[in-house]
Design a protein around this ligand. Structure first.
Ligand code: UTP
Length: 308
């Protein structure tokens, strides 16, 4: 029997994962390899997201896919021949790694023919939601947010205050031009703010705060009506930020939970490299040797730049 929203532990049955972007910041790698498949140590970002969604008790991973990025869905196939070959050679650990993705969660592909923007991508997910799903989560595979329990906090806020709940991190004012920035009012919980406006990638002098959106959203189903109303915004794309702003204008409750843990942005090399180092250092297998290598690299780098 299908899980209903009420049965899903956090009331979230579907996690939408927009993965149809062009990945231009990762060219030339993304000419042929979708950025969602780039490995963090040995595991692609899309598999890390699937694990996070499953750990929240979601039943369905709705992946927005582009025509030239079919390999993203293929990652969730079963690969029986490869598994059999590995097992016949005694490589059981590797076989288990191959089998893992297909066992995590039920993936569903939603095609997006053209990269018209994150707002357009999320709007396509309406077709897979069941009638009883009054909310759903969006997880951007570019963003790693740890601990993953932040969505549990967001679900708690939705239960208390209703509406949509987003995840915010604090950045320096100079960095705000890279993000969707929240205009907020205090609530009686220091970690929860009421959102009164949202601006996509403002000039630092125009930024209403230094609280910026990170890739976790718990959205009320009403977002689809707002998404139908928006027109192309920043960068000529249909922006999710603009639809959230419409919800706020219509008086719908929108709050943010401030995330104080780790956050990595896998969407550009400048964020991806530290993520690999962070995960690598924490790996039993690679951590100790990586730690030594990094110290040697830093020592030689510092010696080279000592005179500067
Ligand atoms: P980004 O803007 O960070 O991803 O979108 P991008 O467009 O792939 O990156 P660049 O700027 O060209 O390097 C945030 C998320 O939304 C998805 C992306 O795949 C990414 O996970 N997205 C974006 C879509 O699914 N469809 C779109 O039309 C745009």
């Amino acid at each position: 029997m299908a899980t209903t929203c009420d049965e899903a532990p956090l009331g979230v049955k579907t996690v939408v994962v927009p993965a149809a972007g062009m990945g231009t910041r990762f060219l030339p790698a993304t000419k042929t390899v979708p950025k969602e498949l780039l490995p963090v140590v040995d595991t692609p970002g899309i598999e890390l997201i699937a694990e996070e969604a499953a750990s929240l008790g979601a039943a369905r991973l709705a992946i927005i896919t582009a025509p030239n990025k079919q390999e993203v869905m293929r990652h969730f196939d079963e690969f029986p021949e490869l598994v059999a070959t590995l097992q016949s050679r005694g490589k059981d650990e590797q076989a288990a790694k191959v089998e893992r993705a297909a066992k995590i969660i039920k993936p569903v592909s939603i095609p997006q023919d053209k990269p018209l923007g994150l707002g357009h991508a999320v709007g396509l997910a309406e077709s897979v939601l069941d009638d009883d799903e009054d909310c759903f989560a969006v997880m951007l595979p570019d963003d790693i947010v740890m601990p993953a329990t932040v969505l549990e906090d967001m679900a708690r806020v939705r239960r208390e205050l209703g509406g949509s709940v987003l995840c915010a991190v604090e950045v320096s004012r100079e960095e705000t031009f890279n993000y969707g920035v929240f205009e907020v009012e205090d609530t009686d919980n220091d970690n929860v703010k009421k959102v009164v406006g949202m601006v996509e990638k403002p000039e630092p002098k125009d930024a209403p705060s230094n609280l910026v959106a990170t890739g976790r959203y718990l959205l009320d189903r009403k977002i689809f009506d707002a998404l139908r109303k928006i027109t192309p915004g920043k960068g000529g794309e249909l922006q999710l930020t603009d639809a959230i702003d419409l919800l706020i204008d219509a008086g719908e409750p929108v709050h943010v939970v401030i995330h104080h843990g780790t956050r990595h942005d896998l969407g550009n090399p400048g964020g991806y490299i530290p993520a690999c180092v962070d995960f690598g250092l924490r790996s039993d297998k690679y951590g100790p040797a990586l730690y030594k290598s990094l110290k040697a690299i830093l020592a030689s780098y510092e010696a080279e730049h000592a005179a500067e």
